[in-house]
Every structure is written in structure tokens, then in C-alpha cells.
Design a protein around this ligand. Structure first.
Ligand code: 5GP
Length: 139
């Protein structure tokens, strides 16, 4: 399957639609999911195009995983989490909806289930969560 340069995350990378970012480096961007399945749900993407795990280069995978680790440590601190779930879906049959490689980083607490997918979050609340993650990253 070919990469579609008009997918939502490509538009975020080009600045055509807004995102609440928490971290970026030369190769990756991390920003808040607008339909968070847990408080502090972050998406990590490469800045270069690829659909998912199936067509990504080793360099793209290494870069997004390194950033996911950085973000995972930050959300542990920011949300006093007991653990972190990292999810990554590939193609429609694999549960993928946006076809630009991304890792979901989800802070977790014992006994607290993930929220159902597809529920829009409150953008003010998400902005506050992003601020906590940025502070943890800076500290
Ligand atoms: P997946 O492709 O792994 O199933 O999930 C795509 C994720 O992107 C979902 O968690 C969804 O909430 C998130 N998402 C979809 N559209 C947008 C958007 O415009 N901005 C942001 N920040 N997240 C989005």
C-alpha cells in the first residue's frame, strides 16, 4: 500500500492542522491524542513518511521507539502512573485508522481500564495534561 501524503498526521507535520505537541527532535514528533483512551495519551510519529511497521525503515523505527521511551518515562512521572501501555496498529485489519506510523503511549494505573476509542477529549484538559508531560520532560 502506498503512503498517502494527505493523511491527518502528515497534515499535522506540515502545520496544516493543529496539534498539542509535547516533544520533538530532528526525526520525531510527540503530541496528544485528541481522543485519549487514558489521561496523558500521547502519539509518537516519525517526521518522514511511512504507513506503519510494515514499510518503516530501521532508522524510523529506532527513532520513534527512542522517543516513545522518553515520553513513557515522562508520563510515568507526570501522572504518577504504575505502568505504561504502548500500542501500534498496522493496516485496517490490524486496527489502524491513520496511515502514518505512530506509537500510542498510554500511562496506566492498576485496575483502571482504557476508555473506549473514538470519544473526543476536552481540549482544555488535554492541554493541561500536555503541560504536565512537558514539565516532566524538562525536569
Ligand atoms: P490508530 O490509527 O492507531 O487506530 O489510531 C489513530 C489515533 O489517532 C486515534 O487514537 C485517534 O484518536 C487519533 N487521532 C485521529 N485524528 C486525530 C487528530 O486530528 N489529531 C490528533 N492529535 N489525534 C488524532
Amino acid at each position: 500500500m502506498a503512503y498517502d501524503p494527505d493523511n491527518i498526521f502528515a497534515k499535522i507535520l506540515r502545520g496544516e492542522i493543529p496539534a498539542t505537541s509535547v516533544y520533538e527532535d530532528a526525526q520525531t514528533l510527540a503530541f496528544m491524542d485528541i481522543m485519549p483512551r487514558a489521561d496523558g495519551h500521547v502519539l509518537v510519529i516519525p517526521k518522514t513518511p511511512c504507513r506503519n511497521l510494515l514499510d518503516a525503515s530501521p532508522d524510523q523505527l529506532a527513532a520513534v521507539m527512542a522517543t516513545a521511551q522518553r515520553v513513557a518515562r515522562a508520563v510515568m512521572q507526570a501522572f504518577d502512573a504504575g505502568g505504561v501501555t504502548v500500542q501500534q496498529f498496522n493496516e485496517t485489519a490490524g486496527g489502524q485508522e491513520v496511515f502514518h506510523l505512530h506509537l500510542h503511549v498510554l500511562p496506566r494505573h492498576d485496575g483502571v481500564a482504557l476508555r473506549a476509542p473514538g470519544q473526543m477529549g476536552d481540549m482544555e484538559v488535554i492541554a493541561g495534561h500536555a503541560e504536565r508531560i512537558r514539565a516532566a520532560l524538562a525536569g
